[in-house]
Design a protein around this ligand. Structure first.
Ligand code: FAD
Length: 503
């Protein structure tokens, strides 16, 4: 294919360049039109359409695991069942784009490869490549708003199992689901027991001969009806949907606060409740101790919600089963386990997660120097030292991602307005002299949240300090009060200054 160099053309200029048209990027576009009207902005998206996660995932049953009242936008009521399919989420996002005239701001098939900051011009220069033609375009922007998500789409994480190449059946990854995969009447083994496995398994049970969930160690699950009582009551009373949305959000957040607090204050009691529910669903003879009793505190890893307990009803009916063991190696016909047991399978699904992407795998340069993100320090998970005029979204692990996307978008709009009023062209963050003794560590502490995809990728992520301003706290209930109250003239903000070395 012929490569057209970005240098051949004059760059197009925007006030703000938004990376990605997933839930975060579309949210940013909405808030920019409402809170900073007149701002010239563009959203560059690598895919051919919007949706991000909800577009790229194709495995059977793909659905949210948090409720759409809080995962949905605060400005657009969610009127369906709380746990939604990818299709429903895409339709909802499409309505947001149409109702707010956002389509004209989005350019699809633009994968950003590099972003270069010049302090003398107060500008980012961004190069985007069109995946199908190889054509490159250049843009300049005063601000970058990073809505790139947190993992590489369509690229699963494959552990290095011995003799994988000798397996003669079909091997697929949940992140790379083939468009036409026929699994009717097949013996299927799904490796993994996170939210993805818990979704795929019940959704394959209708057609497959049998589905086995193979896990190295147990995970916590929550089950319940795919409905929220207060929303149902309010709807029965014919309350306006915008009120239903707001009140239901408040109720959910209230309940989540109480639940999260309990996982820290009385982990054993919470553990017993979660496991007790599984015991009730699977009956007294089921080996709950072996298959559904995790060794860690609840919420140290994301707790998957299983709507209508569909995973467990399929296990109870014998259509699915669980094996807790480790893989010794692949064989011609399946998997040999460390216990010596062998699992035969026509189809093996690796639901083993993904690889993180740090800031969209974009190569950053500031004033001629390459920036390694791991040499930067996070400012509340929204900005980084050494990267001026750049704000990024990374959501919550224990609450819906969009709650944070909203807080970050509000912060960004407030910051831009402040800079316009004060005539500042550049803003960077840096700890002050009183923070000279601050301890610097990993972006997320192992004690707080420790899934494998994060542990594998900490070397790619910014670092964190031992003070809340210099951490990504993962605490919505703190952020919702603190972020709107940030003093934009505080000592951590340096306007029109020299960009300091990241750390
Ligand atoms: C299967 C699955 C289910 C999930 N369910 C939930 C849930 O129920 N609740 C919850 O809170 N979270 C959930 N998450 C986490 C989820 O990813 C986020 O909640 C949310 O969808 C992220 O939105 P985003 O827009 O920030 O990122 P993404 O959805 O990842 O979208 C980012 C977009 O940016 C684009 N992009 C990235 N890099 C570049 C680049 N260099 N140039 C141009 N474009 C780029 C991508 O193509 C993509 O379209 C789930 C994740 C997965 C994988």
């Amino acid at each position: 294919m012929t490569q057209v160099s970005a240098d051949d053309e004059m760059p197009e200029h925007f006030d703000v360049l938004v990376v990605g048209a997933g839930i975060s990027g579309i949210n940013a576009a909405y808030h920019l039109t409402k809170q900073c009207s007149g701002t010239r902005f563009v959203v560059l998206e690598a895919f051919e359409t919007f949706g991000g996660t909800w577009w790229s995932h194709k495995y059977p049953g793909i659905r949210s695991d948090s409720d759409l009242h809080t995962f949905g936008y605060r400005f657009k009521p969610w009127v369906g069942p709380p746990i939604a399919t990818a299709e429903e989420i895409l339709a909802y996002m499409g309505e947001v784009i149409d109702e707010n005239d956002l389509a004209g701001h989005i350019r699809y098939r633009h994968r950003i490869t590099s972003a270069t900051w010049s302090s003398s011009d107060n500008l980012w220069t961004v190069v985007a490549r069109q995946p199908d033609t190889g054509r490159e375009s250049r843009f300049t922007a005063n601000f970058l708003y990073m809505g790139q998500g947190y993992y590489r789409h369509n690229e699963g994480y494959w552990p290095d199992w011995p003799f994988m190449d000798q397996y003669e059946g079909q091997l697929v990854h949940s992140e790379e689901w083939p468009e036409y995969l026929d699994y009717a009447h097949k013996q299927v083994v799904v490796i993994g027991s996170g939210a993805t496995a818990a979704t795929i398994i019940p959704n394959m049970c209708d057609k497959a001969a049998h589905v086995t969930m193979l896990q190295r160690s147990p995970t916590f699950f929550r089950t319940g009806r795919n409905a929220i009582e207060i929303a149902e009551t309010l709807r029965k009373l014919e309350i306006d949907e915008s009120w239903v949305h707001e009140i239901t959000r408040k109720q959910i957040l209230h309940d989540q606060t109480a639940f999260t607090a309990r996982t820290f204050e009385e982990p054993e009691a919470v553990k017993e409740e979660l496991i007790g529910e599984v015991r009730r669903l699977l009956g007294p003879d089921y080996d709950i101790e072996k298959h559904f009793t995790p060794s860690y505190r609840p919420w140290r890893q994301r707790i998957a919600f299983v709507p209508n307990a569909d995973l467990f009803t399929n296990i109870a009916a014998g259509r699915a089963s669980v094996v807790t063991d480790e893989i010794e190696c692949f064989t011609r016909t399946g998997i040999l386990l460390k216990s010596g047991e062998e699992l035969n399978a026509d189809l093996i699904v690796a639901a083993t997660g993904f690889n993180m992407n740090a800031f969209g795998d974009i190569a950053f340069e500031v004033d001629g120097k390459v920036v390694n993100l791991h040499d930067t320090l996070t400012y509340r998970g929204m900005m980084c030292t050494g990267l001026p005029n750049l704000v990024s979204v990374f959501g919550y692990f224990r609450a819906s991602w969009t709650l944070r996307a909203d807080l970050v978008a509000d912060f960004f709009c407030r910051l831009m307005t402040h800079m316009k009023e004060t005539g500042a062209g550049a803003v960077a963050v840096a700890p002050g002299p009183e923070e000279a003794d601050m301890q610097i560590g990993d972006w997320v502490s192992d004690e707080d949240f420790n899934p494998n995809y994060i542990k594998r990728s900490l070397h790619l992520m910014p670092k964190a300090g031992d003070r809340p301003e210099w951490q990504h706290t993962q605490d919505y209930w703190r952020d919702k009060d603190e972020i709107p109250a940030i003093d934009l003239d505080g000592p951590e903000f340096i306007y029109n200054g020299q960009v300091k070395t990241p750390l």
